[in-house]
Write a protein of this length. Structure first.
Length: 412
């Protein structure tokens, strides 16, 4: 389970604002224009299909190669990083994301073809980075596409990539048309690679399902208050910093940055530029860098502190006193978990004392249910903020413009 402790000054928020956000999400849900609210049910059925058939047919596989970028990789990469310490026997997952030749060649060097399953993921089906890397892998490993049991496709039902899969009789799975790529991690995008790698994705889905049910029952009002505060104070505090106290949150922070940035940086209905800028930090590492800017720089940020109450690894700091280094002896005999959580609390207090608004998210422990809860929390938070900003949360015209210019660049 996850606890949310709000420290933002939300008492002055107009109750109408909370209702506006809630009703906007309810309208999307009931009208089925946005599908991630209900994705747990079909995804649980997909988990059963994977367990009953695909797992039996891929027993020889020890590596999953995910070919995808952005919403097709960041979310599942985050879940992989969060749950791998408690799932040590999970199969290796390689990520082919960026069109960086150094990374592509390095990841490809790790592939033992006979034991690798390639999962090609693209919501639109036409992502140039993904298709270019896929072509490279086909040539490098001399992949025979027709009826290949080593290639799975995940895309929109009628995309060109799905048509490609049908042409070669490849097994392919559909991303529902009403679920955008960056909101798709709980669909086949996450189910297939993570289930096939050996993770308990049903637990993740159950956590997400439970959280969204509580949200509709108005038992997670803190989420609406946070969205309303961020939007109401967007001119004063345009930047939100996610300060996470565990290295395992690094990929999760990248997913949040994409979700928040690509969804909320838009022109509103009046043509005005709006947006809330996300930044992801890792504590205690970034206490020695970015923290200075937070405390003594411009007061234009809010900070969300994230920590883990109970770590699976109770590593202890030895009772050793070293000559000239006695200054650090005050933590001797304490666990590293106690130390990092104390650093989180101390940093949060120092940030508050400097006049910065903060809130806090505490994971009791990292498990499948908590991961599902946090995925759904940030998706709902993004949708609520988008509704209050009066934008289309689910498109990305700025990103599409860059793609169009790229294509013209190569045509000239």
């Amino acid at each position: 389970m996850v606890r949310f402790q709000g420290h933002f000054e939300t008492k002055e928020l107009d109750p109408f604002t909370l209702e506006k956000a809630y009703e906007a999400l309810k309208f999307e849900h009931e009208g089925r224009s946005v599908g991630y609210y209900d994705v747990s049910e079909p995804s649980l059925l997909l988990c059963e299909e994977v367990t009953s058939s695909l797992l039996k047919n891929t027993v020889y596989i020890d590596t999953i190669a995910v070919v995808g970028i952005g919403g097709s990789s960041l979310g599942l990469k985050a879940i992989d990083r969060l749950l791998r310490p408690k799932t040590p026997h999970a199969k290796k997952i390689l990520y082919f994301e960026n069109s960086d030749p150094i990374s592509i060649a390095y990841e490809a060097s790790k592939v033992e073809f006979a034991k690798t399953l390639f999962i090609v993921i693209s919501k639109s089906g036409g992502t140039v980075e993904t298709l270019s890397i896929f072509k490279y892998l086909i040539e490098k490993f001399n992949i025979t596409l027709e009826n290949s049991p080593q290639v799975l496709i995940v895309s929109d039902e009628k995309s060109v990539l799905s048509q490609f899969a049908d042409h070669y009789n490849l097994k392919h799975f559909v991303i529902p048309s009403n679920i955008g790529g960056r909101f798709s991690v709980l669909s086949a995008v996450g189910v297939l690679p993570l289930m096939l790698a050996g993770f308990d994705f049903t637990g993740v889905l159950n956590g997400a399902k439970s959280f969204v049910e509580r949200f509709w029952e108005r038992k997670e009002e803190h989420l609406l208050r946070k969205a309303a505060f961020c939007v109401a104070n967007g001119q004063k505090y345009p930047i939100n910093v996610l300060f996470s106290y565990s290295d395992t949150f690094e990929e999760f922070g990248k997913w949040v940055v994409q979700l928040w940035g690509e969804s909320l940086g838009k022109r509103n209905r009046r043509g005005e530029r709006v947006g809330l800028t996300p930044i992801s930090l890792i504590g205690s590492v970034d206490q020695h860098s970015f923290l200075q800017l937070i405390i003594e720089g411009p007061l234009n940020k809010t900070v969300t502190f994230m920590s883990i109450e109970h770590s699976r690894d109770e590593l202890m700091i030895p009772e050793i006193s070293l000559p000239f280094l006695e200054k650090s002896d005050f933590v001797n005999g304490k666990s590293f978990n106690t130390l990092i959580n104390a650093q989180c609390k101390a940093t949060m207090q120092s940030v508050q004392q400097s006049g910065v608004s903060v809130d806090e998210i505490i994971w009791e422990c990292i498990d499948e249910v908590s991961v599902g809860e946090m995925i759904m929390y940030y998706e709902l938070l993004t949708s609520a903020a988008g509704a209050l900003l009066e934008i289309n949360t689910y498109d990305q015209p700025g990103v599409e413009l860059g793609k169009q210019i790229l294509q013209k660049y190569f045509q000239n």
